[in-house]
Write a protein of this length. Sequence first.
Length: 661
Amino acid sequence: MSEEIKSERKAIQALIQAGDFGGALSRTTYLLEELPEDTDLLYMAAVAARYAKRFDDASRWLEILKGLQPEFGRAFQEEGHLLRDQGKFDAAIILYKRACQYNPSLESSWRAQADILARLGRPLEAESAIAQADRLKSLPGHIVAVSNHLAEGRLLKAEDLCRAFLQKNPQHVEAMRLLADIGSRLGVLEDADTLLEAAIGLEPDNIQIRLDYIHVLRKRQKFAEALAQAKALFERDPENPVFASHYAIESMQTGEYDRALGLFENILTRIPGDPATLTSQGHALKTAGYQDKAIASYREAVAAHPDYGDAWYALANLKTYRFSDDELAAMTAQVQKSNLTHMSRVHFCFALGKAYEDLGAYDEAFSWYARGNELKRAKTRYTTQQIRAELEAQKRLCTGELFAHRSGAGCESDDPIFIVGLPRAGSTLIEQILASHSQVDGTLELPNILSLAHRLRGRKHLSETSQYPQILYDLPAGDLKSLGQEYIDTTRIHRKGAPFFTDKMPNNFRHLGLIHLILPNAKIIDARRDPLDCCWSGFKQLFAEGQEFTYSLEDIGHYYREYVDLMDHWDNVFPEGRILRVQHEKLIDDFEAQVRRLLEYCGLEFEEACLEFYKTDRAVRTASSEQVRQPISRAGQGNWKPFQHQLAPLREALGLEQLTE
């Protein structure tokens, strides 16, 4: 940003503070002709227009601003002010609540809510809002500023300010909580864990800290500890639906679905029609294999709250569900509303893409998929250059010499069977086949290896240089063995007692050097699928987290090529036969032969149950959960072909000169 623009912004702010709203609006409008997507200028234009009683202009600026930053809390606060000034109090309340949802540090929104709620004769809600405003007022200004930076995505500024405050106030609990939140968002989970544990020691009755702690424990795969924390909150107040919901969700993480479903049922007796609970209940039912009941739960959620996009997408994500004409019309009406949350809009876009694809309206389907991906991509920091640099470091540093030098240093366990590759490449099918064997436990996409890699980076700040994978040269042999044993120990909670278990986290392909060193006897299976089928399937899938490369055709195409190059590198530097490549198309073409090949590689005797994998009763959490409960089919092959005219960017990124008709 130029010094001239900074100076102009300060001048506009001064004009607003001086009450010269016309002058401020004139200067802002002029600058916006050159900088039409400058969010600060758009915000100041809306403020000046509101004070100047130019309500239509203010509304127009705010719509542009929200389109650029859909979760910008101050934009919703300003829109609330705009409606309040026009006497539209009921509508204003909704916007103030949305503002506080996106940015809880907006004291003005809390006080405005309290004032309107008191006028509307809702004293209890007013008291709650004023309590939040008073809490913010009691906090040091630096802490409120940290909260504001955090809410508006300025993580590095928030981190620097928070660390500086904590140096002078090392036991300030809210500052510790905020720094832990920043660490969690940046992937520095060990530090976040330590901070929250210390904060709980200082304020054991601080509920928000305990809720944050549960979240971090889950992200660190400390599922037993997260469950214990959630259980303690629930036992403190079993009637509290928030506590019951957390206990149910943590129970799901440890595979205790009966308990989770019982808790969800109890919550719904107190809060009938709650869409979040109904959707979570649907997820539990789906994972446990009760598809009809899952559908009923999702449909109950959308009947109660038609604007709850998560539930609509949950129906689409079953892959086997087909929307009726009435449901399609309902989704189309909802997505046109301007007051949808950002993620609801994303969910509707992907659900509509699936609905139109099922109807054979491929141009319409593509437009919705593309719109959903564009919205999702706007909230990520992913770049192809960054991932390319990361994978180049793996190829440069993880050499045959390294593996020869460190041979025999890891944990000798041969329990794990890693299934790697790209999402939507057929890994869930391979896992289901193996999990149908009496000697194998199927688990899920375990993030433990990713967590170890994060820890080995050794970064306290995002800007610091990563020590990984260089550190693999220097770790003592005992540390390599300990890391392997730690992986075995921390994944035990997902196992049912079989000698072997699967870990199908696809992104583990980026860390096969680490896996080879710490678990030299583990099996590694590369699930490979036709590039166009695989990439197109990834583009139209809305992932919960961790797959940011899928939100652009160019990014996903480049990522596929980088994946293939890295897998070629592992083939070259590992002992021959270390990795088994399973091509999805060959698995479909010659199923029994490929299953026997797979079992032979894993050192397992052939069992007929592996051929009838779809009869295996087990929890499956991925997007393919319903597909692997059906016999093998070719339904997913060539799904890109109806969209081939829109896939030129993908074709170019993959290096394919032409598409096969």
